[in-house]
Write a protein that binds this ligand. Structure first.
Ligand code: TMP
Ligand code: ASP
Length: 248
């Protein structure tokens, strides 16, 4: 069931509804799966629930290392209460190991360890296919200031260090992931905080011993077993998702 009220925004995997108080929103997780700028589409029953539970576990965990984020709490199987922010239209991609689009773009072998952690930026614009851009584009197009971007990169690298350790502890390699940030207006100034979600939809996660993919590549590459893989990530993280919650 989705919340009452008119959606404020509908994305590919989530819907935002007005929240109970000013400055809050309800983030509803759909089962829709898309890839390749929505050229490939399906609905996978239970995916939204698993992403909701996993993200509601990971955001507070990064909060504990001092990263401010938008999550106020999980409300139901598919809903979270979040702080309303102005989303910065940049997808921040962190890569520890080459996989996905960078292999095609730069001719790398999937699974090749990168000598240094790579942070890439994509302009969040579906009509353009979210193109990779440089920091200079971000400033020239006035999408974020140098100070904002430096805060974003700083937080992103700390999140990467923390999450690599967290996942390694449960037998999973964090290959790459995508983050989004937003501006939160406070009484004194504007704070940059982590927004969106952290889930197997926007991370690549490989089993340490078998290299089995435990993320959305199972859908992108028609490997099947997506719900089983996301459920296994939840189980290893110690996140208890009630079995009946995975029904439509
Ligand atoms: P990529 O290899 O397709 O560029 O993806 C890099 C990482 O970013 C991968 O973990 C998947 C994630 N990602 C998203 O979360 N949303 C997107 O729209 C894309 C293209 C990638
Ligand atoms: N969600 C993205 C899309 O449909 C792509 C992806 O995650 O691969 O474009």
């Amino acid at each position: 069931m989705s919340p009452n009220g008119q959606p404020l925004y509908e994305g590919k995997a989530k819907i935002l509804y007005p929240g109970p108080e000013d400055g809050t929103l309800i983030q509803y997780f759909k089962d829709d799966a898309t890839a390749f700028n929505a050229q490939k589409k399906d609905s996978i029953i239970g995916k939204g629930v698993l992403n909701n539970y996993i993200s509601a576990h990971l955001l507070p965990a990064v909060g504990e290392i001092g990263i401010p984020h938008h999550l106020l709490g999980r409300m139901s199987h598919r809903e979270q209460l979040i702080k309303q922010v102005e989303i910065i239209p940049i997808e921040v991609i962190v890569r520890n190991v080459a996989a996905g689009s960078i292999c095609k773009r730069l001719g790398l072998e999937e699974g090749e360890k990168l000598d240094e952690t790579l942070v890439e930026f994509c302009l969040k614009d579906d009509s353009l296919g979210d193109p990779v851009i440089a920091a200079e584009h971000i400033f020239a197009l006035n999408k974020a200031t140098p100070d904002e971007l430096s805060q974003i990169v700083d937080m992103t690298l700390r999140i990467n260090d923390f999450m690599q350790g967290l996942f390694f502890g449960i037998g999973v390699r964090l290959i790459d992931f995508k983050l989004e940030f937003g501006r939160l207006e406070t009484e004194e100034d504007i704070e940059i905080i982590l927004a969106d979600e952290i889930s197997p939809d926007n991370c690549r996660l490989w089993d340490v011993s078998t290299n089995e993919k435990m993320d959305k590549d199972r859908f992108r590459r028609d490997l099947g077993g997506l719900i089983e893989a996301y459920s296994e990530i939840a189980r290893r993280l110690g996140v208890n998702v009630p079995a009946n919650a995975l029904e439509a």
